[in-house]
Design a protein around this ligand. Sequence first.
Ligand code: ZN
Length: 381
Amino acid sequence: MIASTPQSWFRDQVSEEVAELRHLDAALAVEQFGATSARVRDTFTVLLRERVRELQELREEDWAGLQRLREGGIRDVQHAALGVLEGGLLRGHPLFRDVTAAAERLLDTVVDTTGIDHGALLSMAGAERFERLVGLIRIRFPDVGVWGLPILVHEVGHLVADALPGPGDRNLRPVLDLLAQEAAVDRSTGGRDHDQAYRHAGELFADVFATYALGVAYPLAVITLRARPDRILDEPSPTHPTWSRRIWTMVASLRAIADRLESPLEAGAYRHDADRLLACYWSAVSGDEPPDGSMERAAARQAAAFVDQLDRNAPPRLRYDAAANHDALIGDLLTGRATTATPVEVIGAIWRWRVVHGGTDSVTLTRIGAQALRAVASVTG
Ligand SMILES: [Zn+2]
């Protein structure tokens, strides 16, 4: 006697999918998140419940529909849930606790200053990236130090492009409109297809965003840790512009911020960071000389357009204070004294210090890195 029939066979598989999604919902409910991340968790659970509803509404024997749901929405949401749970496990691991706490606090701080009502969930992957479905930002595994954290702020830039509204109208997405315009310009001048041109514009915006929020610390971190000498000027990849284009756009964005500042002191600090620090450092490590002609004009125009979007649509507190005096903070970190500096102040200070003191020995670098990580994570004792 066989109790199962073809009809219950279908329902068995649907029930299994539903049970798994409910289990993920319950698992996420017991995760501990930072302040803004907790809000994203709520949107995530709504998404999970939507998938459950879609499963329950399937007609009997609609195997094709079940397959479409599995491949369409369920797999993506399961993948994102796995990412969040992995992030939670690493958060509890003694050797990853500080870096995940620091990354989450930095993300929460930066997202809070953007004025968007959307946070980011943190997880890890082979490389930093932003996953749009639930707003998941992945830190590079096994990054355990403070130095790679600026690159997460680039990923926040992708989130901001998607979510930053226009003044007085929460439904407008001015950055996305600008990216479409930039892609059209790039397509007509560079001959790229629309998708690639749009992706490149998005990457350059994320670079300008991170430079706006962290100052010169972001490009210094990117150059030191990620740029490759064999890929400075070669053909752009399908996803990213060349390193040369990216770095000179960051230089141009520091200049564009300076041009818009009323305070001569702060404008001077931004110009110094652009011309004396970043441009010199990049040319010294890469041999890539400042561009002239059309690339220079394109980078300057585009950087100014992106900075203009941030000036107009984000709160002023998002912009990094380049004129801040971080000597006392560096002194605290070097001597191990407690500091009340914000994550952005710590990151901004240590990268400038590291590049300006280029010959610093590895013991000092390790010590200040460890102190800075604890300060960003707000771990005391
Ligand atoms: Zn990116």
